[in-house]
Ligand binder design. Structure first.
Ligand code: GDP
Ligand code: ZN
Length: 462
C-alpha cells in the first residue's frame, strides 16, 4: 500500500506505559466511519462536533468487548490536523490500548508515521514550521519556564517577529528594484545604498538579539549541567537530597545513552539544573566518595556550573584548596555549609581565595540559606532580568539558531559590500539570501527533505 497524505492515520498519542489513560488518535476523512464500526454507544455520525461520548469498543469479528471508553468527536476544520479527528480515551492498560489500535488499523486506518499528525497540521496550514518545532520542544520541556518559551513559540511570537523582519527586507528590496530602473540619477544610487544600510543594520541587530537569547534558551531546554563538588563530609549528599526533596514533583530520572549514566533534573527558581555525576554522592557506597578529587575532575570538566561545598566548621584542608584550584575555570558558586556550628574559616580570606566568586552560607541540616542559594543561582542565570521579560521571544531550537547565524553573516556581507562601494545589485543578492534564510525558519520557503527529517523526530502519535 502506498502511503499518501489522504490516508486516515492512527496512533497511540499518550506515552506508552505512562498514566492510567491512553488515547488513540485517528485523523482523516475515514476517522469517523472507522471508529464507528468498533464503537457501541451513541451513533457517532449524529453527535455534535467537539463532544465526548461514553461507550465501549467492541471487536466486530466476535462481538467481544475490548474496553470501556470515552470517544471525542472533532470534525474538521477546527482540529489539530484540520481533518476529522477522533480520539479514543481508554483505560484498560497497554494490552487493551494496543488491541484497540490494531482494530482501528484493520478497519481502515494506517499507522501514523512519527510526527505525521503535526506534519498534517503544518501542511493544512494550522501550524507554521517554528510552531511545529515548538510542539516538539514542548514534549521535551523540563520546567515551567521552558514550557512558557515553547508555548510562546507555539503562539507564533517567533514567527511573527521573523515575518516582520522578512517584510522589512522585502520592502527595501522592492524599493531597490524601483530605484534600479532609474540608473541615470546618481542621487538615487546613493539613497538606495543608504536605505539598504539602514535596513540591514536594523535587521541584523534584531537577529543578534535573538541569538543572544539562544544560550539561555538552550539551558532552559536542556538543563544547566551542574556538579556538586566538595571533599567528603562537607554535605554534598545532604545538599543533593535537599534539592531533590524540595522539588520532588518534577524530578525525573533520565537514563542516558550508557547504562549507568543517570541525570537528575531539579527546578531551582525557574532554572532547570541537570545534576551530573550524582551517582558518586549518593550514600549507597561511600567508598566512591573517598576517591575525592580524582573523581570530581570529570564532573568539573563537563559542568556549566559548579556548586563547591566547604565545611565552615573546619579549617580549610589541603583537599579543599585543591578543589578550589581545580574549579577555578568553571562558573562556580561556593557554598559555605554548617553555619549552625562554630566557624573555623574567615569569610574574607575565603572570598580572596575563590577570586570573588559568590559565597552562600547555609546550614543544610537546619535548612537555612537554601532560599538564598536558589535566588543566587537564578540571579546568576537570569542576571539581566529575564524574569521581568517573560514575553520576550526566545530562540531555543538548534535549527533556528543555525539559520539565524547564517542570516547574521549574510547581513554582515551586505554591510561590508556597501562599505566597499559595491554596486547595489550585488549587495541585493546577500539581502535576498537573508530573506530566504529567514523564510526557512517559518517554513515559508521550505524544502521537502527538511520536512521529512524534522517530523521524523517527533514522538509517534504527535
Ligand atoms: P558528603 O560526604 O559531602 O556527602 O556529606 P554528607 O551530606 O554525607 O554530610 C556529612 C555529615 O554532615 C552528615 O552527618 C550530615 O548530617 C552533616 N551535615 C550536613 N550538612 C550539615 C549542616 O549544615 N550542619 C551540620 N551541623 N551538619 C551537617
Ligand atoms: Zn555523601
Amino acid at each position: 500500500m502506498v502511503k499518501t497524505d489522504q490516508d486516515t492515520i492512527a496512533a497511540i498519542s499518550t506515552p506508552v506505559g505512562e498514566g492510567g489513560i491512553s488515547i488513540i488518535r485517528v485523523s482523516g476523512d475515514d476517522a469517523l466511519p472507522v471508529v464507528q464500526k468498533l464503537f457501541r454507544g451513541k451513533d457517532l455520525a449524529k453527535v455534535a462536533t467537539h463532544t465526548i461520548n461514553y461507550g465501549h469498543i467492541v471487536d466486530p469479528s466476535n462481538q467481544q468487548e475490548v474496553d470501556e471508553v470515552m470517544v471525542s468527536v472533532m470534525r474538521a476544520p477546527r482540529t489539530y490536523t484540520r481533518e476529522d479527528v477522533i480520539e479514543i480515551n481508554c483505560h484498560g492498560g497497554l494490552l487493551a490500548t494496543n488491541r484497540i489500535l490494531q482494530l482501528v488499523l484493520s478497519y481502515g486506518a494506517r499507522l501514523a508515521d512519527p510526527g505525521e499528525f503535526t506534519q498534517r497540521a503544518f501542511i493544512n496550514g494550522r501550524l507554521d514550521l517554528s510552531q511545529a518545532e515548538a510542539v516538539m520542544d514542548l514534549i521535551r520541556a523540563k520546567t515551567d519556564r521552558s514550557m512558557d518559551v515553547a508555548l510562546h513559540q507555539l503562539d507564533g511570537d517567533l514567527s511573527r517577529l521573523i515575518r516582520q523582519l522578512r517584510q522589512d527586507i522585502l520592502d527595501v528590496l522592492a524599493q531597490v528594484e524601483v530605484n534600479i530602473d532609474y540608473p541615470e540619477y546618481d542621487a538615487v544610487e546613493e539613497m538606495t545604498s543608504q536605505m539598504l544600510r539602514e535596513k540591514a543594520t536594523m535587521v541584523k541587530e534584531r537577529v543578534s538579539g535573538l541569538l543572544k537569547t539562544a544560550q539561555q534558551g538552550k539551558v532552559l531546554r536542556d538543563g544547566l549541567a551542574t556538579a556538586i563538588i566538595g571533599r567528603p563530609n562537607v554535605g554534598k549528599s545532604s545538599l543533593l537530597n535537599a534539592l531533590l526533596h524540595e522539588d520532588k514533583a518534577i524530578v525525573t530520572n533520565v537514563a542516558g545513552t550508557t547504562r549507568d549514566v543517570i541525570e537528575e533534573y531539579v527546578n531551582v527558581e525557574g532554572v532547570p539544573l541537570k545534576l551530573i555525576d550524582t551517582a558518586g554522592i549518593r550514600h549507597t557506597d561511600d567508598q566512591v566518595e573517598k576517591i575525592g578529587v580524582e573523581r570530581s575532575r570529570q564532573a568539573i570538566i563537563t559542568a556549566d556550573l559548579i556548586l563547591l561545598l566547604i565545611d565552615q566548621s573546619r579549617p580549610l584542608s589541603e583537599e579543599d584548596r585543591e578543589l578550589i584550584t581545580a574549579t577555578e575555570q568553571t562558573p562556580r558558586m561556593v557554598i559555605l555549609n554548617k553555619t549552625d556550628l562554630p566557624s573555623a574559616i574567615e569569610l574574607k580570606d575565603l572570598k580572596t581565595l575563590v577570586n570573588g566568586d559568590p559565597i552562600i552560607q547555609t546550614s543544610i541540616l537546619e535548612q537555612s540559606g537554601m532560599q538564598e542559594l536558589g535566588q543566587a543561582i537564578s540571579h546568576r542565570f537570569f542576571n539581566e532580568g529575564i524574569e521581568n521579560r517573560q514575553n520576550q521571544v526566545m530562540v531555543t531550537n538548534a535549527r533556528h539558531i543555525g539559520l539565524l547565524k547564517q542570516v547574521e553573516s549574510a547581513l554582515t556581507e551586505v554591510l561590508s559590500g556597501l562599505d566597499a562601494g559595491l554596486p547595489v545589485d550585488l549587495v541585493q543578492i546577500d539581502m535576498t539570501t537573508a530573506w530566504n534564510l529567514l523564510g526557512e525558519i517559518t517554513g515559508d520557503s521550505y524544502q521537502d527533505e527538511l520536512l521529512t527529517e524534522l517530523f521524523s523526530q517527533f514522538c509517534l502519535g504527535k
